[in-house]
Design a protein around this ligand. Structure first.
Ligand SMILES: [Zn+2]
Ligand SMILES: [Zn+2]
Length: 110
């Protein structure tokens, strides 16, 4: 659960693009900087992820790289896999640190 770092409010929070806004006190902070959107933890690591776009229909091509925040708890599986694969995250991977995961939707594709 995310709570406002200023007033501790955890109900009247809303997202504004990449920010989180507290309707209790008006404090605004970036959800991309250090707070996991799924568990509220602050143990985040940055990982490179390829930016891809479809060219010629179904061919995915890498057009760049972006560093994304991953939660060492919620994104542990993806981080493990990324390390095993040499570093980068899978293309299109949305870290749980950025998009809250519905609980119980943990990956079962071992
Ligand atoms: Zn607040
Ligand atoms: Zn987390």
């Amino acid at each position: 659960m995310i709570a406002c770092p200023e007033c501790g409010e955890d109900g009247d929070l809303r997202r504004d693009k990449a920010d989180i806004v507290c309707d209790g006190c008006g404090h605004r902070w970036s959800s991309a900087s250090g707070v996991c959107a799924s568990c509220g933890g602050t143990d985040l690591v940055k990982r490179p992820r390829p930016l891809t776009q479809f060219s010629r229909g179904t061919q995915l091509s890498i057009v760049g790289w972006v560093d994304v925040d991953c939660c060492v708890v919620c994104d542990a599986d993806a981080l493990d896999r990324a390390v095993a694969a040499g570093g980068p995250l899978p293309a299109g991977y949305i870290p749980a640190a950025r998009e809250p995961r519905p609980s119980g939707a943990a990956s079962s594709d071992q």
